[in-house]
Design a protein around this ligand. Structure first.
Ligand code: S3P
Length: 433
């Protein structure tokens, strides 16, 4: 695709937030009564969560843009729960099913089966769960049902990695445990589970040290969740592609509305601003779950490389391939460190990003925990034949790179965008045709 966009990018329809959509379904399933979710994301990963919950006996109905979840006690699944490509589905369900008195098995596709699950199983075992993993780290995950009348034990645990999936799994397990579960360590990651726990009527406590950030979250087991209404804001991780397109273009301004502006999710905006990006955000409301929601504006900007520090990583973890792409078009170097987690995402995103960028004529150094991109500035990368590595975020990041590169780009296996943004290529076509 080439050409000049005829429509202003404010016409873009963004998909709903994936992290909040997963959690909306899960909370609705665990809560008593009916949960009404407006604007749930309709995409592969969220369908995986929906399918697993249906197998556990939860009634989920779609009425136009509304999804009704009828919470109930889970029934033992008759077959393995297939989490597809979705790490969030598998890891959050581990924390939930660890407290059940029936056995279950969680499986996934080849990408998910290569992602580490030991990080979730280790603390859950300390709570009394019996969990078996392939080669001690991978799915299939087998969870043995607890003996009737036995509950998980509360846990004191310092998170060794800044993963919201791990934190959420332990909060769900803690909700069912006997006593108070205390989670400390690397708790500074997306906090949608914490916000939603409160929204569904649970109590959560934070302890603070010297600074402004909480050092520990504690949750008292045995609390009941109550069904609630929920509106899902638009996904900032999906908005990021259009922001990048606008910054790198000569004439595209974007105005995106109703976007989730949770600070744990928009670290990429701060990184892009350091590069010289003209971006503005305005928080307009707090959603029902106390998530900040607002408008995002961006426009073409000359860009300089930047450094992405380890402390920033969890606030922009899913946008790193895109930041690397933007870095390839900037002047100077962009160095990303402290991001070893990228090696165990839907693909090894360090290798996938570096290989594709090199094919586009960009020099890239890789490290175990990151990469350094030597930006080509005004000369720009060249078009090339690339792979998505079956990873939605790689496919979309390099679609943006391809649109801006010199010469045509072809990317194999792009159907994987259906995981988070099924209309991505349709939207791109509508912008350019
Ligand atoms: C997610 C957390 C992040 C993120 C993933 C979604 C979530 O993973 O990369 O796309 O919804 O909790 P980690 O928690 O493993 O960093």
């Amino acid at each position: 695709m080439t050409g000049t966009p005829r429509k202003p990018l404010s016409a873009i329809l963004l998909p709903a937030d994936k992290s909040i959509s997963h959690r909306g379904l899960i909370f609705g399933a665990l809560a008593s009564g009916t949960t009404r979710i407006s604007g749930l994301l309709r995409a592969g990963d969220v369908q995986s969560t929906q399918r697993c919950l249906s197998q556990l006996g939860v009634g989920i109905e779609t009425q136009g843009t509304l999804t009704l979840v009828h919470g109930k006690k889970f029934i033992p699944p008759l077959a393995p729960l297939d989490c597809g490509n979705s790490g969030t589905t598998l890891r959050l369900l581990m924390g939930i099913l660890a407290g059940e008195c029936f056995s279950s098995e969680l499986i996934g596709d080849s990408s998910l089966s290569a992602r580490p699950m030991g990080r979730i199983a280790v603390p859950l075992r300390r709570m009394g769960a019996e969990i078996y993993l392939k080669d001690e780290n991978y799915s299939p995950v087998q969870i043995k049902g607890l003996t009737h009348g036995v509950r998980l034990k509360a846990l004191n645990y310092a998170l060794p990695i800044g993963s919201a999936q791990l934190k959420s799994a332990l909060l769900f397990a803690g909700l069912q445990a006997e006593g108070t579960t205390r989670i400390s360590g690397k708790i500074q990651s997306r906090d949608h589970t914490e916000r939603m726990l409160k929204h569904f009527g649970a109590q959560l406590n934070y302890s603070f040290g010297e600074g402004p950030d909480p050092q520990e979250i504690s949750i008292c087991g045995g609390q009941r969740l109550i069904g609630a209404d929920l509106k899902v804001p638009k996904d900032p991780s999906s908005a990021a592609y259009w922001v990048a397109l606008s910054l790198l273009s000569s004439n595209i301004k974007v105005e995106l509305k109703e976007i989730l502006l949770n600070s744990f999710r928009i670290g990429f905006l701060a990184a892009l601003k350091r590069m010289g990006a003209q971006i503005e955000t305005e928080i307009q409301e707090c959603s029902e779950t106390s998530e900040p929601v607002g408008t995002l504006l961006s426009e073409p900007s000359p860009l300089q490389g930047t450094g992405i520090a380890p402390e920033e990583i969890s606030s922009l973890i899913d946008e790193i391939p895109l930041i690397a792409v933007v870095g390839a078009f900037a002047e100077g170097t962009t160095e990303i460190r402290g991001a070893a987690e990228l090696r165990v995402k839907e693909s090894d995103r360090i290798e996938a990003t570096a290989t594709n960028l090199r094919k586009m004529g960009v020099d890239v150094e890789t490290f175990s925990d990151g990469m350094k991109i030597y930006g080509k500035g005004k000369r720009g990368p060249k078009g090339a034949k690339l792979s998505s590595y079956g990873d939605h975020r790689i496919a979309m990041s390099f679609a943006i790179a391809g649109m801006m590169a010199n010469g045509p780009t072809e990317i194999e296996n792009c159907e994987c965008v259906s995981i988070s943004y099924p209309d991505f290529f349709e939207t791109l076509k509508r912008i350019y045709l």
